[in-house]
Ligand binder design. Structure first.
Ligand code: SF4
Ligand code: SF4
Length: 432
C-alpha cells in the first residue's frame, strides 16, 4: 500500500463522497459561526480532508481546522446525506497523530493528561484524594487568596476554582460494588463510573447508584472497568481507545445485566460507538455490538423503570444545557427533560439554542482556551436571558465548563451549574 492509499484508508476516503457540499450544516457549526472561515466549517473540513487524501494539500494544512473542530456533531444532525463526519474526523486526527504535526498546545495538554492520568481510574481516584486534602488542609484557600493559581500551566488555575467539594478517601475506599433495591427488583444493571466523573464528581456517581436502587435496580460496579477511551479517540490515539474498549467489554461481560448505565454524555456516546473500533466480521466486533446495545444514559433507565416519586418540591428556575454527544451521537434528548418536568415546584426554561455546544468538548477548552471561551460566552448570553438559578447538565466536561461560565460572568450566588442527578436528589426521591 503506498502512502496515498494509506492516507485514504485512514481518513475513510469513500465516506467523503457522501458530502454533496450543500452547506446545510454551516449554520449548525459553532466554529464556523465564531471563526467565520470556510476551512473551519464541516463542509470545509471535509473538503480539506479529501484534498489531503488526494495529495493536493499537506497533512499540516489539516492541523488547525481539525484541532479547532469541537467534535460536537451538530453538523451530522442537519446533514441531508447522513455524512459520517465523526468517522472522517477521527481518521483525520489519526493521520495528524501519525505525521506528528500537532500544535505545541495540543502536545502539551496530551502529554500532561495521557501520561499522568488516563486510562488509570486508580490515578483519577488518587487525584481526587489529593484534591480533597488540598481543599480540606487550607492550602486551597491560601493558593486562591495569594493568586498562585495564575501560575498553574494550561490555565488550569481557572478550572481549579470551580471544582466541587471532593469526598474523603474513606468514602471512596468503602464504596459498595453491589446494591439492591429495598422493594421490587425490576432490573439488574452495571454502572460505568467514568474516570473524570469518578475522580471529580464522585458524589454525583453515588447519587446515580442511589437513584437506580430506589427505582428498583440491582446495581453492580465492575471493578476492572476503565476509561471509555473518548479522549484518546478524539486525540487520534485510536489504538489506545481500542485497548480501553476491550478492557471495558471484558469487565462488563463478566456480569449478566440488562443495561450498562452511565451518567456522562461523552462516555456514553463513545461506548455506543465501540463497534466502529473493530473490523466487521471479527469476534471483537460482535462483542462490541452486544456491549453497545446495552449502553444507556441514566435518564433513559429512570424513565423506563418509572419507579421513582419525588417527595419534596424544588422551588428553582432551571435551564437545561444538553451534552452534544448525548443528543447528537446517543440521540437521547427527551428523557432528561421528562425527569425535570416530573420534579414538583421546578420551573424549566428552555434555552434558545440548546443544541449549540458549550465549548467544553473533551480537552478542547484546555488546548483552545480562547476559542472555547468565545463559544462559552455565546452560550452564557442565552443562559442569562432565561434568568435561571441553576444550569442543569449531563456530562462532566459540560458541567465544569458551565461552572466556569458562571464564575467568568460573575454570577456566583445567583446561579450554579449542577448535574441532573444531583437536582433529582434534591427532590428527595422515593420508590413508587
Ligand atoms: S456535510 Fe452534509 S450538510 Fe454539510 S455540506 Fe456535506 S452534505 Fe451538506
Ligand atoms: S463537529 Fe461541531 S465544530 Fe466540528 S464541524 Fe461539526 S458542527 Fe462544526
Amino acid at each position: 500500500m503506498n502512502s496515498l492509499e494509506h492516507l485514504q484508508e485512514k481518513v475513510n476516503y469513500d465516506k467523503i463522497f457522501d458530502c454533496v457540499q450543500c452547506g446545510y450544516c454551516l449554520p449548525a457549526c459553532p466554529t464556523y459561526e465564531t471563526m467565520e472561515r470556510e476551512t473551519h466549517s464541516p463542509r470545509g473540513r471535509i473538503n480539506l480532508v479529501k484534498m489531503v487524501a488526494e495529495g493536493k494539500a499537506s497533512v499540516e494544512d489539516l492541523r488547525d481546522p481539525i484541532e479547532k473542530c469541537l467534535g460536537c456533531m451538530a453538523c451530522t444532525t442537519v446533514c441531508p446525506t447522513n455524512v459520517q463526519y465523526g468517522q472522517i474526523l477521527e481518521g483525520a486526527k489519526e493521520v495528524i497523530e501519525e505525521h506528528d504535526v500537532k500544535s505545541m498546545a495540543q502536545k502539551k495538554v496530551e502529554a500532561f493528561l495521557f501520561e499522568s492520568f488516563f486510562p488509570s481510574s486508580n490515578w483519577m481516584g488518587t487525584l481526587g484524594n489529593a484534591t480533597w486534602l488540598y481543599q480540606k488542609s487550607g492550602i486551597q484557600k491560601f493558593v486562591q487568596t495569594t493568586y498562585l493559581t495564575a501560575l498553574a500551566p494550561m490555565r488550569l488555575g481557572r478550572f481549579e476554582r470551580v471544582l466541587p467539594d471532593l469526598p474523603s478517601p474513606f468514602e471512596r475506599a468503602f464504596r459498595k460494588r453491589r446494591v439492591l433495591p429495598d422493594y421490587k427488583l425490576r432490573t439488574t444493571v452495571a454502572f460505568f463510573t467514568g474516570c473524570v466523573m469518578d475522580g471529580i464528581f464522585f458524589k454525583t456517581n453515588q447519587h446515580t447508584v442511589e437513584l437506580l436502587r430506589l427505582a428498583g435496580a440491582e446495581v453492580l460496579l465492575p471493578k476492572e472497568q476503565t476509561c471509555c477511551g473518548a479522549l484518546h479517540s478524539h486525540s487520534g490515539k485510536g489504538l489506545s481507545a481500542k485497548e480501553l474498549a476491550m478492557t471495558n467489554i471484558e469487565a462488563f461481560d463478566l456480569e449478566d445485566v440488562d443495561y450498562i448505565v452511565n451518567n456522562a454524555g461523552g462516555c456514553g456516546a463513545k461506548m455506543t460507538e465501540y463497534p466502529h473500533l473493530f473490523e466487521q466480521g471479527t469476534e471483537w466486533h460482535e462483542r462490541a455490538k452486544e456491549f453497545a446495545a446495552k449502553v444507556r444514559d441514566i435518564s433513559e433507565v429512570l424513565v423506563e423503570l418509572d419507579g421513582l416519586t419525588f417527595t419534596t418540591p424544588v422551588p428553582r428556575t432551571v435551564t437545561y444545557q444538553p451534552s452534544c454527544h448525548m443528543t447528537n451521537v446517543q440521540r437521547v434528548s427527551e428523557p432528561p427533560r421528562m425527569l425535570l418536568n416530573n420534579i414538583p415546584g421546578l420551573k424549566v426554561k428552555e434555552l434558545n439554542r440548546p443544541d449549540f455546544c458549550c465549548g467544553s468538548a473533551g480537552i478542547y477548552n484546555l488546548v483552545n482556551y480562547d476559542e472555547s471561551m468565545e463559544i462559552l460566552d455565546l452560550k452564557m448570553i442565552d443562559v442569562i436571558e432565561r434568568k435561571p438559578n441553576a444550569i442543569i447538565t449531563t456530562n462532566p466536561g459540560c458541567l465544569l465548563q458551565m461552572k466556569l461560565g458562571v464564575e467568568r460572568h460573575g454570577l456566583e450566588g445567583e446561579m450554579e451549574a449542577m448535574h441532573l442527578v444531583d437536582l433529582l436528589m434534591e427532590a428527595e426521591p422515593a420508590a413508587k
